[in-house]
Design a protein around this ligand. Structure first.
Ligand code: ZN
Length: 233
């Protein structure tokens, strides 16, 4: 019987870390991938290695399933985003209601490369932390977008390529709760210490919920979710 296996898009942030644990609890073999597109907060990429090695240390059952990790260079995506951010288009983004952090097409590109890698590696499904509950501004995080991408990849590669999004309908409090369900206090602690969410890349300030500036939209969401989860326990 074929091994059930997954490729997790693991950026080093809170959401993708929970997705990684979710996949390790569910699949027999799991590999990870991240994309370097010259993102402003490269600290997220730096967190990945530490998180992965501590996860291996603290969860031996998952260590046995966790395969290779890769970081793909997609610098060209940063190039396209930069040149597209002209004054006129920047205003257009604001008028559309999308946050200025929106990188057009980002998840579409990520999924396509992840799909190609999964094909080559013989992995059955893609797993990503896309979520439409908190980040309603990002059209490439919607389930409908994932379904369309899964269909395009399945057709274009002539192989089933489902895209699993376990956090799609969860808010940030529920994401903390899921981490607790999957790996208890050890996993929650690891996510607090070794994942990164802050848009400004700040790792100098330590809060209950982890490191960050504490005021950017990403920190705000993470902090509020943490507070709500703690209050509801
Ligand atoms: Zn921040």
């Amino acid at each position: 019987m074929a091994t059930s296996s997954a490729l997790v898009l693991f950026s080093g942030g809170q959401d993708s870390a929970v997705c990684l644990a979710w996949a390790l609890a569910r699949y027999e073999r799991v590999e990870t991938v991240a994309f370097d597109y010259r993102q402003r907060h490269r600290v997220e990429l730096d967190c990945r290695g530490v998180f992965l090695s501590k996860l291996r240390e603290q969860f031996p059952a998952w260590e046995a399933k966790l395969g290779e990790d890769r970081v793909l260079d997609l610098g060209v995506l940063g190039e396209v985003s930069d040149t597209a951010l002209t004054r006129e288009q920047a205003i257009g983004f604001a008028e559309s209601g999308l946050p200025s952090t929106f990188v057009p097409g980002r998840n579409l590109v990520f999924l396509t490369f992840a799909g190609a890698m999964a094909y080559r590696r013989g992995l059955n499904v893609l797993v990503g932390g896309m979520c439409e509950t908190d980040y309603s501004g990002y059209p490439d995080c919607r389930r409908a977008t994932m379904d369309a991408m899964a269909k395009a990849m399945t057709l274009g590669m002539d192989r089933s390529m489902p895209v699993e999004t376990p956090l799609m309908s969860l808010d940030k409090a529920q994401t903390w709760a899921l981490a607790d369900d999957l790996g208890g206090g050890a996993l929650v602690g690891l996510i607090v210490e070794e994942t990164h969410t802050c848009y400004l890349g700040d790792r100098s300030q330590r809060h209950d919920w982890g490191y960050g500036c504490g005021t950017c939209p990403a920190c705000d969401l993470r902090a509020k979710g943490w507070a709500k989860w703690r209050a509801g326990r």
